[in-house]
Every structure is written in structure tokens, then in C-alpha cells.
Design a protein around this ligand. Structure first.
Ligand SMILES: CC(C)(COP(=O)(O)OP(=O)(O)OC[C@H]1O[C@@H](n2cnc3c(N)ncnc32)[C@H](O)[C@@H]1OP(=O)(O)O)[C@@H](O)C(=O)NCCC(=O)NCCS
Length: 463
């Protein structure tokens, strides 16, 4: 039986006192380790041990108690083991701590706490991928940057061109590799090298250091991103990137590239946690607990849907702006082929009334190449009553046909109803729809009530 250890390196769970919040950005990392563990608990796997390496806490740091809470993960709870490691500014030191001190495993898989596995038997897939090279002296990782001619990219200040600088934070090593590393250098020396002026080193210092170490230990670095999609999150640009896309960020083109090489297309094995935050936390105003506890988490296991996520890296819901007119009308055309008043003047006049009698939300899609497109819209109108609070009427809900089925319609309707209840204090929200949309509105919490009747302008009114 193969013994495999999954090492999760983490800096989360503590933060320096001088910051008000950990990683004070729009992305909330508070629970990312639990998200990773939830995925491991959910997905079938053969892991022998799950080692979480956490930073030791000193008096300058505050602990986030819930961060390391492992309750609720019944399938894996007995396999979890904690190791404490001084934070010297790189997860690599955490990784070495484990591989030097726990050598009872055939394979050590390493991830960081902002990556989570997203396919069943991810560990077995990685081991199969490893053994297909028929060698046990490789470090198999998610991605090595390549140039357009396919050659490995090296860093500008890298004086040894053949040195392969990879993303080492996501990969798998055999026991043989670990044996070789131990023969090359002691653990104390690795730590000493990493501790030395850590914070003054260039950004890639640890990667270069590790690349040298592997080279001197006779370990070849190999990546699997020709066969499995490898996505990483670039903190500096705040964007998802695909390895080996040769400058082409579009997933469909990536797919084509793959196909042109006759390679079988495979979805990702691991995903950056930011995908969840981008998709749910920031834009959907939903908590991580909610996301992972509902069927919506199928998103992560359905490549069809996932590729939509990547293609549309993020959705943002916001209010309609005057400059949206053309895109907005184009979108409404998918709902109805209107003949009525739609001059720029009329639009401007109506926009001026925004918020008092009408409120329009739109959804923008932000693609990885920086394009922003309107892909959804919906309005709510206020009907003031003499004897009661207003009625809110939802109108003109439409999602671009390429983006349907991604919960965006429901998001929009929820947002409109919330606006009506909170801002206008409506006592009820109503809408008219065609019979084939009843199911959709029921999913949004609406109930069938009464029958719609209409008298269209131009119809002869009986005397
Ligand atoms: C109706 C419309 C806005 C729905 O938007 P959408 O983003 O595709 O819908 P969602 O993905 O948010 O659907 C939310 C839920 O409703 C379900 N649903 C969506 N359309 C449905 C329909 N016509 N009948 C039954 N259920 C429907 C979805 O399956 C989903 O269920 P789930 O939560 O169990 O997965 C979209 O299809 C659209 O723009 N249609 C054309 C314009 C139109 O008819 N607008 C309505 C005017 S009244």
C-alpha cells in the first residue's frame, strides 16, 4: 500500500498586531484552510496523512482561533497532524520541516493553504502522473513557465540558463528525492540559508535556491501542465493565470492549443482558493460555509461550469450607469424586440429618476484579458400607495444567453428584491412572467399569486 503525505503549508491563522485584519485585501483568507480541508474531506482519496504546517506564534501576532479548527471533517480528522514552524517568510521552510522529519512516506505532496484539490482521487492521479515517467528522481509540479517556443523560462538574473525555476508550492516528491536532498544538505543549513536576510532577498530567492538544491541533488523538475490545466492566482496583478498559455489567457484558445498537440484535455487537479472568493464571497455575498455546503459546490467539480468561471474570471453586480445605454439596450433585446421610446434623451430622463421610482442593476463580466461586458440586467419600479408602503415591481430581468444557468439571474432578482424591501420599504414585490419562467422565480422565493391582466396601449377601450 502506497503511503502518501499531503503537506499543507500555511501562514494563515495569525497576523501581525500592526495590521487590523489579516491580509487586509478584498479577499478574505480567514477560512481558507477549512475550505481546503473541506475539499479533501469531500473528495475520495487514499492519503495516509495530512500534515498542516502552521507558523509559530510570538507576542507580536494575533491568532485567528477558527482558522485551525478541524471539526466537522469526519473522514479525515484522524489523519490530520499539526507541525509548527517558525515563519521565515516562505512556505518552503515549512515544506522542508516535514520532509526532513517525517520520512515514512513513499510520496509527499505539497500544497499551500490557498490551493485546494478539486477532483476525486487527486492524490492517485498525481502519483500515476509521477510514475508515468518511470523514474523516482523528479519533482513533479503544477507549472514551469515556458517561452513561446516551449523552452523553459529562466529569470533575468539567473546566471545559469539551464536552471529550471518552477512554482514549487504545488507538487509531489518521491522518498528517493527526499533521500537525495538529505544527502546534499542538512535541515539546519537549509533553514540557515533561508533565514539569512530573508526579507531583503529578491522575490524569487526561494525559488532559485530550491532550483539549485534540486539540481545539485540530481532531481529533475517536471511539470504536468501540458496534460492538466494549471491555474494560479497572481497576487500582484490580482488575476488568474494559466500556465503554459504562451501569453494567451483565453481558456478556449488554450484548449485548442492542447488539441492541436493531440493531447487529451484534462481539468485542473488543484485550484486557487481565490476562485471561490471571486465567484461567491465578493460578488455573491455568500459565505464560504454556504457555498461549500450546498449543491453549488458542484461548480468545482464540473469542468463545464468551471471553464465558465475561468472564462469570466469574475462577475460584478452594480447599478446601471448612463454610459451603459448601448450595451444595456442590446441586452434587453434578448428579452423583447421593443418598438417603443428608446432615444438617448428618454434614457437620460429615466436615468435621472433612478432610485426614486426605479432602480436598475446590471452584472458585468470581467474576463482575464481585462474585457468588461454587461451580461445581465434587471429593474425594480416603485408603485407608491396612499394607504400602505409601496409595492415594488420587478421588470426586464435578462441574462445574456451565453451566461445562463450560472445563478446570475437568481443573484439579480435577490438583489432587486433586497433593494425594494430595504430602500423603499416595499410591503411586497411583484412581477409578471411567462409560464416557462415560473420555475425560475419560484427558485428565487416567489409564489404564484393571481392572474396577470393587461391592456396594451392602442387597444380600443370598450365604452
Ligand atoms: C430567466 C433568466 C433570467 C434566468 O437566469 P439564469 O441566470 O439563467 O438563471 P439561474 O441560473 O439564476 O437560475 C436559478 C435557478 O432557477 C432555475 N431556472 C432557471 N430558469 C428556469 C426556468 N425557465 N424554469 C425553471 N427553473 C429555472 C435554475 O435551474 C436554477 O435552479 P438551481 O438553483 O436549482 O440550480 C434567463 O434565462 C433569461 O434571461 N431568460 C430570457 C429572458 C427572460 O425570459 N427573462 C424573464 C423575464 S420575466
Amino acid at each position: 500500500m502506497t503511503r502518501t503525505n499531503l503537506i499543507i503549508c500555511t501562514y494563515g491563522g495569525i497576523y501581525p498586531h500592526k495590521f487590523e485584519k489579516p491580509w487586509a485585501t478584498k479577499i478574505n483568507y480567514d477560512h481558507s484552510l477549512r475550505m481546503v480541508l473541506r475539499a479533501i474531506n469531500y473528495l475520495p482519496n487514499q492519503l495516509t496523512q495530512i500534515t498542516i504546517v502552521r507558523p509559530t506564534v510570538d507576542s507580536n501576532h494575533t491568532v485567528i482561533p477558527q482558522y485551525y479548527d478541524c471539526s466537522g471533517f469526519d473522514k479525515i480528522k484522524d489523519k490530520i497532524k499539526f507541525v509548527d514552524q517558525e515563519n521565515i517568510g516562505a512556505s518552503y521552510s515549512q515544506f522542508y520541516n516535514v520532509i526532513y522529519h517525517q520520512d515514512q512516506f513513499d510520496y509527499q505532496i505539497v500544497i499551500e493553504d490557498d490551493y485546494f484539490p478539486c477532483v476525486p482521487n487527486f492524490d492517485q492521479i498525481l502519483i500515476d502522473e509521477y510514475t508515468r515517467y518511470h523514474r523516482n528522481d523528479i519533482f513533479l509540479c503544477a507549472g514551469i513557465r515556458r517561452n513561446s517556443d516551449g523552452s523553459y523560462q529562466t529569470l533575468p538574473f539567473n546566471e545559469e540558463p539551464a536552471l529550471c525555476v518552477a512554482d514549487f508550492s504545488l507538487g509531489i516528491l518521491s522518498a528517493e528525492c527526499i533521500h537525495r536532498i538529505k544527502q546534499t544538505i542538512t535541515y539546519d543549513n537549509i533553514l540557515a540559508a533561508m533565514r539569512k536576510e530573508t526579507w531583503k532577498r529578491p522575490l524569487y530567492y526561494f525559488q532559485i535556491y530550491q532550483a539549485y538544491l534540486f539540481k545539485h541533488s540530481g532531481i529533475e523538475v517536471v511539470d504536468y501542465c501540458d496534460r492538466y490545466l494549471s491555474i494560479f492566482y497572481d497576487n500582484y496583478d490580482n488575476a488568474f493565470q494559466l500556465f503554459n498559455t504562451r501569453g494567451d489567457p483565453q481558456i478556449n484558445q488554450y484548449k485548442r492549443l492542447w488539441e492541436s498537440h493531440g493531447v487529451t484535455y484534462q481539468g485542473p487537479l488543484f485550484l486557487p482558493i481565490q476562485i471561490i472568493y471571486e465567484q461567491y464571497e465578493t460578488y455573491f455575498y455568500r459565505s464560504l460555509e454556504f457555498v461549500t455546503n450546498t449543491a453549488r459546490s458542484d461548480y468545482l467539480h464540473n469542468f463545464q461550469k468551471l471553464s465558465q468561471v475561468l472564462r469570466n474570471a469574475a462577475y460584478l453586480i452594480r447599478e446601471l450607469k448612463p454610459e451603459d445605454r448601448d450595451q444595456y439596450l442590446k441586452l434587453l433585446y434578448q428579452l423583447t424586440h421593443f418598438q417603443y421610446e428608446n432615444t438617448p434623451e428618454h434614457y437620460a430622463e429615466q436615468m435621472a429618476k433612478n432610485d426614486t421610482t426605479c432602480h436598475v442593476y446590471v452584472i458585468e463580466s470581467h474576463t482575464m484579458d481585462g474585457r468588461v461586458t454587461l451580461i445581465g440586467a434587471g429593474s425594480i419600479y416603485k408603485l407608491d400607495k396612499l394607504h400602505n408602503n409601496p409595492v415594488g415591481q420587478i421588470e426586464d430581468v435578462v441574462i445574456d444567453e451565453q451566461y445562463r444557468g450560472l445563478s446570475l439571474g437568481a443573484l439579480l432578482v435577490k438583489q432587486l428584491a433586497t433593494y425594494g424591501f430595504n430602500e423603499w420599504k416595499c410591503y411586497k414585490i411583484v412581477l409578471n412572467c411567462l409560464p416557462h419562467n415560473i420555475g425560475f422565480y419560484e427558485k428565487c422565493g416567489f409564489q404564484l399569486a393571481g392572474t396577470e391582466m393587461k391592456l396594451v396601449r392602442g387597444t380600443k377601450v370598450p365604452p
